[in-house]
Write a protein that binds this ligand. Structure first.
Ligand code: NAD
Ligand code: WQD
Length: 364
């Protein structure tokens, strides 16, 4: 196994919070493959330590991992001391379930806001100047028809959930902190709807319990874990009546973080805080996703149309021109390939579940 030495300027050291999670793990792979050294800090509240094996299988490198809660200021401080020379932080760590945030708002406010404050306080203490932050298209709410596709200048709408509110507050905290001139700059990336898995099927999304998001529900239905997909409404003002989103391949999304980091580390930023939409620029309906998934994977997804889900946005998709031109990043993967990667990953998960059952039988 290759373990890169610390303190080598050609392999900058990056702290990735939440790096065991869905988007974080794919980003860690891209960082390692681009020559960065990575320290993951994650409390495993929504991930497992096995993700490290997947990352290692793909890259041949096992990143440093610290099971630390970003709410724990003292423990985080020790990480910055232990791994001296951290060049930048990519801050993924957050809770992200919209429904849960309505039921447990304080859990979300504490976790998502205090974690960021800890990071921002510790960065100048340890002379770390750059942070990339995971924001969300949720900040745009339902844009006016004339604002679609939505660009970074579109107005921020009042949040419709505590989760969404934490992203808005986090953006404000970052803006205020950077403009207080403590020597930090920031890139905030507003993700649209990340989907898919690494083409190797070694890492992917690991929904705990019943998935809220469309794609894990689609693939779990196709594999027989769920009886049928409920499509939330077909009476929207869209061509086929179902909601429209901008579904972005998770590996494409991960690559954008590497590009953002390179921009910061090579002092190319034009403003101290830059915001980029990360999407494909193409809106797809729920029905188009279901039908394409069935077609490219040659499987059936039983579904029924039910009433609208409360709080759902009718349609939103990105204008990614700024990321395309300023970052030089563009989503590359086709939706067909992406939906095939979702299916490969679901099948891999099935094999893993079956292996676990066999192993537990043997140990009885
Ligand atoms: P995820 O839940 O898969 O990953 C988040 C990781 O952070 C998990 O491994 C979890 O264990 C860890 N974590 C949470 N709280 C922590 C804490 N206090 N300390 C240490 N680790 C902690 O989620 P994801 O989909 O990979 O999302 C990553 C980021 O992107 C989040 O900030 C999320 O809000 C944002 N985002 C996600 C989506 C999406 O649809 N997945 C869309 C827009 C924005
Ligand atoms: C997509 C479409 C549903 C499930 C959420 C968060 C948002 C952001 C991304 C982090 C919608 C429909 C879904 C199902 C369905 N996350 N659907 N049946 O709602 O765009 O956004 O994830 O920042 O903050 O709110 O994504 O995947 O839940 O839904 O019909 O079982 O699929 O109605 O139109 P959404 P989603």
């Amino acid at each position: 196994m290759r373990q890169v030495d610390l303190h080598t300027p050609e392999h900058p050291l990056i702290l990735v919070t939440g790096g065991m999670g869905y988007i974080g793990s794919h980003t860690v792979v891209e960082l390692l493959q681009s020559g960065y050294q990575v320290i993951i800090v994650d409390n495993l509240s929504n991930s497992t330590v096995k993700v490290l094996d997947g990352i290692e299988k793909i890259t041949g490198i096992r990143p440093y991992f610290e099971n630390v809660d970003c709410l724990d200021y003292v423990a985080l401080d020790k990480i910055f001391i232990k791994y001296i020379g951290i060049q930048a932080v990519i801050h993924f760590a957050a809770r992200k379930a919209v429904g849960e945030s309505v039921e447990k708002p304080l859990l979300y406010y504490r976790n998502n806001i205090a974690s960021l404050i800890n990071i921002l306080e510790l960065m100048p203490r340890h002379d770390v100047k750059h942070i990339v932050f995971s924001s969300s298209c949720t900040v745009y709410g339902q844009p006016k028809p004339e604002d679609l596709p939505v660009n970074e200048q579109a107005p921020i709408q009042p949040a419709t959930s505590p989760y969404g509110n934490t992203k808005q507050i986090n953006e404000e905290i970052i803006n205020d902190t950077v403009h207080a001139n403590i020597g930090i700059n920031a890139i905030m990336l507003r993700y649209f709807n990340p989907i898919g898995a690494h083409p190797s099927a070694e890492i992917g999304e690991l929904p705990i319990g019943v998935p809220n998001n469309l794609l894990p529900f689609v693939s779990q239905t196709a594999i027989g874990l769920r009886g049928e997909l409920k499509i939330f409404g077909n009476d929207y003002n869209t061509p086929d009546g179902t909601c429209i989103r901008d579904y972005i391949n998770v590996v494409d999304l991960a690559k954008a973080h590497v590009v953002a980091l390179q921009r910061m580390l090579s002092d190319k930023m034009e403003e101290k805080v830059e915001v980029f939409n990360l999407g494909t620029g193409r809106g797809l309906s729920v029905m188009e996703i279901v039908k394409t998934f069935e077609q490219v994977n040659n499987v059936k997804v039983p579904y029924k149309i039910v009433g609208r889900r409360e709080g759902d946005i009718e349609q939103v998709w990105a204008d990614p021109t700024k990321a395309n031109t300023v970052l030089g990043w563009k989503a590359q993967e086709t939706v067909e390939n992406t939906l095939q990667s979702v299916w490969r990953w679901e099948q891999k998960l099935k094999i893993k579940r079956e292996q676990q059952i066999e192993e537990s039988k043997l140990s009885e």
